[in-house]
Design a protein around this ligand. Sequence first.
Ligand code: OFO
Length: 167
Amino acid sequence: MISEKMEAALNEQLNKEFFSSYLYLSMAAYFENKGLPGMANWMKLQAEEEHQHGTKFYEFIIKGGRRIKLTSIEEPKFEWTSAKNAFEESLAHEQFITKSINELTDLAIQEKDHATKTFLQWFVDEQLEEEATVQQIVESFKLVSDHPAGLFMLDRELGQRMQGAAE
Ligand code: OFO
């Protein structure tokens, strides 16, 4: 059985995943308003993926014989200075989540909780992917600079993202 301490930490991570979903949905709405439907599509799918991450924690906590404690989800930001700025903040957010997953893994190791450690391994790998994907998008923004044609192309490219694909 998962310890009480681990239960609290997993519930906290569940909240962070749902906050991530909320944050990316807010970014999607920002892009819709800026006339960038491809980026909006990319962020909407990202928001759905984060919702699935939260649900994975939900299932695991239940399976571990513990209770779900849903807490308030912080209000996400509403405005960014540019599309590039939104993706830079997405990268910073993913780095924060990676740190959080690593700390959870440290706790599982400390508690000799092998089941939780194995469960978290999927998230360790996922964070590596997510950071790399967003980093690559941020690099593309640097190449495009502020050229409208480049931004248009990048928007079209990000609009190609399909459900379940990270790019
Ligand atoms: Fe859940 O991976 Fe992003 O935050």
